[in-house]
Design a protein around this ligand. Structure first.
Ligand code: HAM
Length: 427
């Protein structure tokens, strides 16, 4: 009896060609992270659900994979990494010298409606900068995201805001924490019912919220926000903080757009927030999201430790690389060794073995294992774009030689067995 079992909804299989591209893209991103002095960490795949109940917000909780283990503990698959990294810091790294520059690259799990660019298991590559609280650390994180995309040749749009502007306004207008979260979610989702909701639930000056979130453009719009919010002192402080960050971005020539409607889907943000979009992707164009969260660690360890970070939606970044046909090297087999008949198989294995020992990590070497004839083996080598075929034949062996065929040039030459290592060192 056969049983046809399919992969779970929202998950994917990655075939070798796809993995080659994904690994290449990951390497290009990580090399920029490491240039900035970030160090790799790994967090557990599952955590106590409570960790995400603290401050990640309704949006995340709604989509969490939660389960009980055999000991009755309530656990969940990690829906994002920031809360885990903060937990890790509180549990393991408090004694370390700050700042801590950390990065991760791993899958996250959210029970969402799958569609192109939106999966239930998806990968994030992100960083967290723990310790400093100033505009230079905010600018570092943004410039890191921007350079990583530049390193892949991805043109992108950076949108930036300060969550304090909106939050402080809502607080000044007498909106309690719970209602604030509802409003932030509606703003984040650009939900058309926002206006009615504000009318119904915010007693005075609700129009100010609508006016504020319509502000978008260059740095000059900060002046308009300042005018609009002149009675709200704490909002003005947030605007000034944002301006100091933008000044640095101008100085290091990073282009951006201020968008006062960026509310982010997660609740732990306290300062600058940003999103990066790649237009090629259509409805799921957001390839990166991040911001400053200065109070999350304190909840976990009673020590005030500010932090800022971001995560790339790695699957979406890979999609842009594919759509734009950006240049990346092709993965090819270097050498296929083919015995002409069973008689030469032992010599062929010996040759394969010696090449593998001499070129570990440098060349890929395989032995023909499907009993193909020489003609079929050459066809196969062509189809997988192998660079060289080494033909091990009886007559050549009698003279201490083998035939090496360069598949790109279609050229054959006979080489002494002792010279093979040198031949490939030079090739
Ligand atoms: P986030 O905006 O929820 O932020 O996720 C970051 C990125 O992950 C998004 O911009 C998007 O590209 C990608 N993403 C989210 N959900 C999915 C999905 N279902 N399928 C495919 N890609 C998805 C965070 O998770 C924060 N932890 C980022 C952060 C780090 N903030 C501070 N430090």
């Amino acid at each position: 009896m056969t049983m046809k079992i399919k992969k779970a909804r929202g998950t994917r299989d990655f075939l070798p060609e796809e993995m080659w591209l994904r690994d290449f893209v990951e390497k290009k991103i990580i090399e920029v992270f490491e240039t900035f002095g970030y160090r790799k960490i790994m967090i557990p795949t599952f955590e106590h659900s409570t960790l995400f109940k603290i401050k990640s917000g309704e949006e995340i909780l709604e989509h969490m994979y939660t389960f009980k283990d055999k000991g009755g503990r309530e656990l969940c698959l990690r829906p994002e990494a920031t809360a885990s990294v903060c937990r890790m810091f509180a549990e393991e790294m408090r004694g370390e010298k700050k700042p801590l520059r950390l990065y991760y690259s791993c899958p996250m799990f959210r029970y969402e409606e799958p569609q192109r660019g939106r999966y239930r298991e998806f990968w994030q590559i992100g960083i967290e900068l723990i310790g400093p609280k100033n505009e230079y650390s905010d600018a570092e994180v943004i410039s890191l995201a921007s350079l990583a995309l530049k390193n892949l040749g991805i043109t992108h749009k950076l949108e930036i805001n300060h969550i304090g502007i909106l939050r402080n306004l809502l607080r000044d207008l007498g909106v309690d924490q719970k209602l604030q979260s509802r409003i932030m979610t509606l703003i984040d989702k650009k939900d058309p019912s926002l206006e009615d909701f504000l009318k119904k639930n915010v007693k005075k000056d609700w129009e100010k919220i609508l006016e504020l979130i319509q502000l978008r453009g260059e740095k000059e719009i900060l002046a308009r926000a300042t005018e609009l919010l002149s009675d709200h002192k704490s909002c003005l402080l947030s605007i000034e903080e944002l301006k100091r960050i933008l000044d640095i971005l101008d100085y290091i020539e990073i282009e951006y757009e201020v968008d006062m409607s960026i509310a982010r889907g997660l609740e732990y943000y306290t300062g600058m927030v940003f999103e990066i979009k790649a237009e090629e992707l259509g409805s799921q164009s957001q390839i990166c999201g991040g911001g400053r969260y200065d109070s999350l660690i304190e909840i976990l360890c009673n020590e005030k430790v500010p932090a800022v970070g971001f995560a790339f939606g790695f699957d979406r970044v890979v999609e842009v690389v594919k759509l734009k046909g950006l240049n990346f090297p092709e993965k090819r087999l270097d050498i296929l060794v083919v015995p002409v008949s069973e008689e030469e198989r032992k010599d062929a294995i010996k040759l394969v073995n010696s090449l593998r020992n001499n070129f570990i990590g440098k060349l890929s070497v395989t032995l023909e294992l499907m009993n193909r004839s020489l003609r079929k083996a050459l066809e196969y080598a062509n189809s997988i774009k192998a660079r060289y075929v080494i033909i091990v034949g009886k007559r050549d062996l009698e003279n201490g030689k083998v035939t090496i065929k360069n598949m790109d040039l279609g050229k054959e030459e006979k080489i002494n067995l002792e010279e093979i290592t040198n031949f490939f060192k030079e090739a």
